[in-house]
Design a protein around this ligand. Sequence first.
Ligand code: ZN
Length: 353
Amino acid sequence: MPISPELDAFIRRMPKAEIHVHLEGSVRPRTVLDLAQKHGTPLQTYSEDYLSAFFTFRDFDHFIACYVAVCTTLRNPEDFERIVRELGEDCAAQNIRYIEVHFNPATNVRKRGLNFREMLDAMNAARRDVRDRLGVEMRWIADGVRDEGADHRSVARTVEWIVNLTPEDGVVALGLGGSEVGFPPELFVEEFAATRAAGIHVVAHAGETTGPQTIIDSLDLLGAERIGHGIRAIDDPALVARLAVAQIPLEVCPTSNVCTRVTPALGEHPFPLLDRAGVLVTVNSDDPPLFGTTLTDEFRVLAEHWGYGARDLQRIAGNAVRAAFLPEPERARLLQAFSASCDDLREELGLRV
Ligand SMILES: [Zn+2]
């Protein structure tokens, strides 16, 4: 359903926050090609017209192949500094004020010989630049990866790196990425317990490519505080009720779910049902250039496909702040700023609902 120019303007200009986006999956296509050239990396999957190819072969495995191809171009700390800076600029252009970014240290260290400390220092140099120059706040979520090809100690090694960091390092949580299939949460109980004991937040991708039981196990066995995707919760009414009562946030990525075919079409996506059931749903872009999307586009999906008006979009944007790993005073300040700015925008654009 087409939306009014006023609502479109509201979506573009409203303050936004995002809590599920992958650093390696956010690299601008132009930059991937630059870096590939710089390092002499052969790119089989990722070419200038990779997007059209991607949209022809949409499924989860093809997505992983594209993602891995991007990763092969990230060779040294300067590359990470550049992609964080550019991500910050892309955030500023969409009025994204706060973002929690997943990154994948174990794979970058193991496969390309990067040094964790040097990589993180480079990312933090860019993070400070982005904050000072553009007013965009970034935090990191270090993802352990569960994949056939990944060394099975990927998660354990990630935990070893992050438990001794300081708040200035910006790593707020451990995440669990890669393939859900064949790698159930029970394999990672110890690593998640050690992370929680160190006072670091924990999240997990679950209920994207597998069913509700993975979500339940991520909550019960790993202590996950938020669920990446989690849309298959819709198949289990008791779980939906539990998520709603406990206000456990879901990091929903609508376009990603259609691209990887975990849901057949936006019209059949469970986001509106989960929202109506009282679940704390957030909207996220996951790997924006790989899915041909942006966070702004994701908010547009809510308006165009599910009939959300400005007030509901404002509420959903606020949910990301409510779900963020921020100290309470900062959260309250950000929520207040979002609310004031959205109220002004609605007034200016004459949007009552
Ligand atoms: Zn993800």
